[in-house]
Ligand binder design. Structure first.
Ligand SMILES: *[C@@H]1O[C@H](CO)[C@@H](O)[C@H](O)[C@H]1NC(C)=O
Ligand SMILES: *[C@@H]1O[C@H](CO)[C@@H](O)[C@H](O)[C@H]1NC(C)=O
Ligand SMILES: *[C@@H]1O[C@H](CO)[C@@H](O)[C@H](O)[C@H]1NC(C)=O
Length: 452
């Protein structure tokens, strides 16, 4: 009996020793790779930003807000801030909401309307619903400039990220009258509530291009990555959509710029018809080289495509994700100079992996909040549900979204730097998708064309 404790201690000792040796070895193998070029993904938040710095920012043809370079921010804000912001930050706990799908057991919370858009800015009644991590918030100045209707933005702001988001928004609100169209909601993990220290706002003399602040974003990205905080992109989408003040919504990512007069052109096209259940209007998405200015209309877009400077979105990342039915016809048609329907289609085989961006309504199925941005293909369950619900999809001509900045190319398969973290998230998303699929197939009548 006396031998046992000693043997136990020896065994524990060996286990601990082996553990540390493994850690050391794994650390050696993994760490140098982690700082290499990071993986690209289905959207554009992420650690690839680490590779950039201010001079790289300035060298690009397109930087959010660059058209305001040299302009001084005004002393007064053009936004209707709540909760004492942007100067102090106080909110009663009962203002916190649960997320649209997560409920009280869900891991995230929402602080709605830290900025509320002005009622007079709610036309055309189609809301551009978008989302961002704090580091990408300044892209909103491009959206409010191009989009005619209201804009609803959900910002992921765990802990100190909230301060960065508020500073960026405050700058934009003092620079750009169009910010009146914007409503902003914060989302964050229930155990990482937003923190805005009283001294967060150091005197700044930055201009309206906000390069001083846009540069700081790298720190926030690094911190999230270090702490393994994933981006709950679908929570953000659901929040931006459900808190929109119009029934009709376009849910898109913050780096997708709408073509000119998209909202008003859409209303001219539908000519007063009310939203139709089971119908969505797909807005094709393209991307353009970062040396080029994003096109405003189809004529400019086609000129770039013909020079190989623009392609459909994610062509090089995920051939099927954005390759929309009718694309050849779309490309052959000249700019119609207005928004019009091209073809009617469904999300069916062989387009069952397609993740379109569309004008729909607040009643469309929610995005699955358990899926993360890092895990990719996070819109597929919503599309499967819409297929099972027999949605018709109308592809729009004369309207599009263009991704900025740059064309995303697959680098990570050649480069082993794709981190274990992202791979784990991809496996998780795939598992979640499998289990959602099983549930959906039980809920709806069988339709074999809706392949998973
Ligand atoms: C920024 O990046 C450029 C080239 O990408 C590099 O030459 C420069 O040293 C970098 N500057 C800083 C401060 O990291
Ligand atoms: C803004 O505030 C600064 C410092 O308080 C002052 O010098 C400046 O005149 C003000 N500008 C306007 C337009 O009110
Ligand atoms: C998300 O995950 C939680 C915990 O696993 C589960 O209870 C919930 O039903 C899931 N929700 C959806 C919509 O998949």
């Amino acid at each position: 009996m006396r031998g046992y404790p000693r043997r136990l201690i020896l065994i524990i000792g060996i286990v601990v020793f082996v553990f540390f040796c493994t850690r050391l070895l794994v650390g050696r193998l993994v760490l140098p790779l982690a700082d290499d070029e990071a993986p690209s993904s289905s959207s554009t938040h992420g650690p690839q930003r680490l590779a950039e710095n201010l001079s790289a920012l300035v060298a690009r043809a397109y930087v959010p807000g660059m058209y305001m370079r040299g302009e001084k921010p005004k002393n007064n804000t053009g936004c209707a801030w709540k909760y004492g912001l942007p100067n102090i930050f106080y909110y009663p706990v009962d203002k916190l909401h649960f997320t649209p799908q997560g409920g009280e057991d869900g891991p995230y919370r929402v602080l709605p309307f830290i900025i509320r858009s002005s009622e007079s800015e709610l036309t055309p009644r189609l809301t551009f619903c978008t989302h961002a991590t704090a580091d990408l918030v300044y892209n909103i100045v491009e959206i409010v400039k191009r989009w005619e209707g209201p804009v609803s933005l959900a910002v992921f702001s765990p802990s100190r990220d909230a301060a960065l988001a508020v500073r960026l928004l405050d700058r934009a609100c003092r620079c750009l009258p169009e910010m009146r169209k914007l409503s902003v909601h914060l989302i964050f993990p229930a155990n990482r509530i937003p923190i805005i220290a009283s001294d967060y706002y150091l005197p700044e003399d930055g201009d309206c291009a906000a390069l001083d602040l846009q540069w700081e974003r790298l720190e926030s990205v690094a911190e999230r990555r270090d702490q393994g905080v994933t981006y709950p992109i679908n929570v953000a989408r659901n929040v931006a959509k459900t808190l929109a003040m119009t029934t009709r919504v376009l849910v898109a990512d913050i780096e997708l710029l709408p073509s000119d007069k998209l909202a008003s052109g859409f209303f001219k096209m539908i000519n007063g018809q009310p939203p139709n259940k089971g119908l969505a209007f797909v807005v094709p998405v393209f991307e353009i080289e970062e040396t080029q200015q994003p096109p405003k209309n189809k004529r400019e877009l086609m000129a770039a495509i013909n020079k190989d400077l623009a392609v459909y979105f994610h062509k090089y990342m995920c051939i099927h994700c954005q390759r929309f039915p009718g694309i050849t016809k779309w490309m052959l048609r000249p700019d119609p100079g207005r928004v019009r329907p091209l073809i009617v289609t469904r999300r069916e085989y062989p387009h069952h992996r397609w993740e379109p961006v569309f004008i729909g309504t607040q009643d469309d199925p929610l995005y699955n909040e358990n899926m993360t941005w890092e895990g990719r293909q996070e819109k597929m369950s919503q599309m499967l549900e819409m297929c099972l619900m027999n949605y018709h999809l109308i592809i729009l001509d004369g309207a599009f979204l263009v991704h900025t900045p740059g064309i995303k190319r697959k680098t990570y398969q050649l480069n082993p730097s794709k981190s274990t973290f992202e791979r784990t998230q991809e496996v998780l998303n795939a598992q979640i998708y499998q289990s959602i699929t099983q549930n959906l197939l039980k809920q709806y009548p069988i339709n074999r064309k809706c392949r998973q």
